[in-house]
Write a protein that binds this ligand. Structure first.
Ligand code: GUN
Ligand code: FE
Length: 436
């Protein structure tokens, strides 16, 4: 068992009354685990009766324990290019991204960067992510191997692209189909790993490539679909010119039956009405990536509209267009994006999106996202006050909601004390190391 302060959201839903009813806080609680699975979360007075010995628990008193963070969109090969100066999306891809991604044909580079990437996730309290590789199968091979070693719940896929990118990163639709199929057979549903079909975005896909994606989705209907949608105005115009017959950007994906419950579309900033409707009808999900949208000057995601339309949504860091792996900093930027549009993102809603809401967007809310019995034991232990400013500020915060709001406003990776995956502590700030 573990003893400490716990906060989670027990049910899905983003209305203020739902969040209030579903928020659960134990100032002094005990979390019981068995073989990587959560057995119970109880208040100390009740839980202590079930202890085998007086000190039969890991003592995290003074720390706050949250469900592990869920990052619904990022690119592991772009770890090494965060902070590429000056360009918006399309020029940024050509100038910086494609050259960096070319390095992942080298398996040893991919292995080295996979290990570094996972340690970045864990040191930021992120225990599950939906991840882009590069076009090279060896890029995801390396990532899946490293994640398997840590028993992390992870969804990833190799990029599929066959046009409008340099020759060294493009493939034929046939190659894309065959290599993706092999990866699905090797990795999909292996332990806690899952496969996402990953066409980069409509502009780098020919009709034949999207038909290959559709064929794979029909053959493997429980795989995920992960791509970009309507991020940047020039991109939207380009899609119009490449697919003149399509009524909208999302219409291109929908035509190939790539919308649906396990489809995750990153960004979704410049949407038409019919696209919001289609996302809703098909139960597709959006990854809202505030640091990326601000960094690339892409635009402001309309969170209010997303809720009014009842669309599944999770938070993504979108590293390397995003500027941090840290979910606290990402939530702070999400708050500001909402503020600019007159929407208040409260702390319970923000942490909901980072945990259970992200799990729901990924259709994994039966497995992760909170401390209910039967959920997988992935969680993060936070130190609320790691700087003089945080200490001073927390001294006069009244309740858990204010503490959480200050945590996301002032917090960063220093606040992540320990990270647990599958019932084991796999990362600790004391040693700054991944224990595998
Ligand atoms: N659209 C297509 N590819 C990318 C990418 O790598 N990053 C972002 N932010 N948008 C994209
Ligand atoms: Fe992205």
């Amino acid at each position: 068992a573990l003893r400490g302060q716990f906060f989670d959201i027990t049910q899905t839903g983003t209305r203020p009354d739902e969040l209030l009813a579903n928020a659960r806080h134990h100032e002094d609680g005990l979390l019981f685990l068995n073989d990587g699975i959560i057995v119970a979360l109880l208040p100390w007075e009740e839980g202590c009766l079930h202890l085998r010995g007086e000190n039969d628990y890991v003592d995290y008193r003074g720390k706050l324990i949250l469900p592990g963070f869920v990052d619904t969109h990022l690119h592991y090969p772009q770890t090494e290019m965060i902070g590429a100066y000056g360009e918006q999306l399309l020029e940024w891809l050509q100038t910086y991204t494609f050259p960096v991604e070319s390095q992942y044909q080298d398996s040893s580079h991919a292995a080295k960067m996979s290990a570094f990437f996972l340690s970045q996730l864990l040191s930021n309290g992120t225990t599950t992510a939906l991840v882009f590789g590069t076009v090279h199968p060896q890029s995801v091979e390396a990532l899946f191997s490293a994640a398997e070693h840590l028993s992390m719940r992870m969804i990833a896929g190799k990029v599929m692209m066959d046009r409008n990118a340099p020759d060294y990163l493009t493939e034929t639709p046939e190659q894309s189909y065959t290599q993706t199929r092999e990866l699905i057979q090797r990795w999909h549903k292996k332990g806690r790993l899952n496969y996402a079909l990953t066409p980069r975005f409509a502009p780098t896909s020919s009709p034949e490539l999207l038909a290959a994606v559709q064929a794979l989705r029909e053959e493997f209907p429980d795989t995920w679909l992960h791509t970009h949608l309507s991020e940047n105005s020039a991109e939207v115009e380009w899609v119009k010119s490449l697919w003149p017959e399509s009524e909208s950007y999302l219409g291109v994906y929908h035509h190939y039956k790539l919308t649906g419950k396990r489809s995750v579309f990153a960004h979704a900033i410049h949407l038409q009405d019919c696209e919001w409707d289609c996302l809703h009808r098909t139960e597709s999900a959006i990854a809202f990536c505030p640091t990326s949208n601000l960094f690339l000057g892409s635009g402001l995601f309309n969170l209010k509209q997303c809720h009014e339309r009842g669309i599944r949504m999770g938070i993504g860091t979108d590293v390397g267009a995003g500027t941090t792996f840290n979910m606290l900093q990402t939530l702070a930027e999400a708050y500001k994006v909402a503020q600019l549009q007159g929407y208040r993102l409260c702390a319970s809603e923000a942490f909901y999106h980072a945990t259970l809401g992200g799990a729901h967007a990924l259709d994994l809310d039966d497995k992760i996202g909170n401390f209910l019995p039967g959920k997988e034991a992935d969680f993060v232990v936070l130190d609320l006050a790691v700087s003089p400013l945080q200490k001073m500020r927390h001294a006069n915060s009244r309740d858990i909601f204010e503490k959480l709001f200050v945590l996301m406003t002032l917090g960063d990776d220093r606040n992540i004390w320990h990270t647990w995956v599958n019932g084991k502590c796999v990362w600790t700030r004391d040693t700054l190391e991944v224990a595998a």
